[in-house]
Design a protein around this ligand. Structure first.
Ligand code: GRF
Length: 239
């Protein structure tokens, strides 16, 4: 970022009072968000799960969170599924979505509902991914870091766009691989940190907005320092 146009389009991205969580699997991240949300007085408006065997279908209602099982096709974009989820989001006035181990690709029509600026790929949808993106998009982040012998691994919190794990990065947790670490060790340590990071991001977003700039058709989103609970500046350009 070396040039500066006359009128960069700067914006703040607020988490609406109402957010939803969408999950597929074990649900540790979803549960971490729910429990922290309840603790800070900002529980999710609803929880949507696309797998019948997910423990969240029990733990969500136990915490009095409106919980919906919406079946989805195993592969590809499922427009029927997406329509049903949007109906639920409308019913609960949801405008921000946290994906917590949600294992499906979301189509452009779905994302449209959460759009801030669709041309720039800016949507109110947040994902947690188990690798240091852009390394290892897709499935198996921990496995890939383990098999490659990486000395560093971790996770990424990012906004979702129409690409796969390509949206603007909000935060990355870099962790050290210890000598003798098994894949299970890395996954267990990594998952605990994922849960914490997602909770901290929720806490940050309940108080402060994200900030972005669109200049010369490029989108820049400030990263969040989750230890200091502040945004990290773009550098000299957008102070
Ligand atoms: C996590 O590793 C998350 O980063 C990835 O899927 C996994 C889900 O775990 N997107 P859980 O269901 O939240 O325990």
């Amino acid at each position: 970022m070396t040039s500066k146009s006359e009128n960069p389009d700067k914006g703040k991205l607020y988490l609406s009072p109402s957010f939803a969580i969408m999950a597929s699997g074990t649900g540790t991240n979803a549960l971490a968000l729910i429990d922290h949300g309840i603790e800070i007085g900002r529980p999710p408006a609803c929880l949507i799960v696309n797998r019948e065997d997910s423990p969240l279908l029990k733990t969500g209602p136990e915490r009095s969170i409106p919980t919906f099982y919406v079946p989805a096709k195993k592969t590809g974009i499922d427009e029927e599924f997406e329509k049903k989820v949007i109906e639920i989001c409308k019913r609960y006035s949801v405008s921000t979505l946290f994906l917590a181990g949600f294992m499906k690709i979301l189509g452009p029509n779905f994302l449209e509902y959460f759009k801030v600026d669709e041309h720039q790929g800016l949507f109110r949808v947040i994902n947690i991914h188990p690798s240091l993106l852009p390394k290892y998009p897709g499935l198996g982040g921990y496995e890939k870091a383990y098999n490659e012998g990486d000395r560093e691994f971790g996770h990424t919190l990012h906004l979702v766009n129409t690409g796969v794990d390509e949206g603007p990065i909000l935060y990355q947790k870099i962790m050290k691989r210890e000598d003798g670490d098994t894949l299970e060790d890395m996954m267990n340590r990594g998952k605990k940190e994922e849960n914490l990071s997602y909770q901290k991001l929720l806490q940050y977003l309940t108080k402060e907005p994200l900030e972005y700039v669109i200049e010369d058709h490029s989108l820049f989103v400030k990263r969040v320092d989750l230890d200091q609970m502040t945004l990290i500046n773009y550098g000299e350009l957008y102070e």
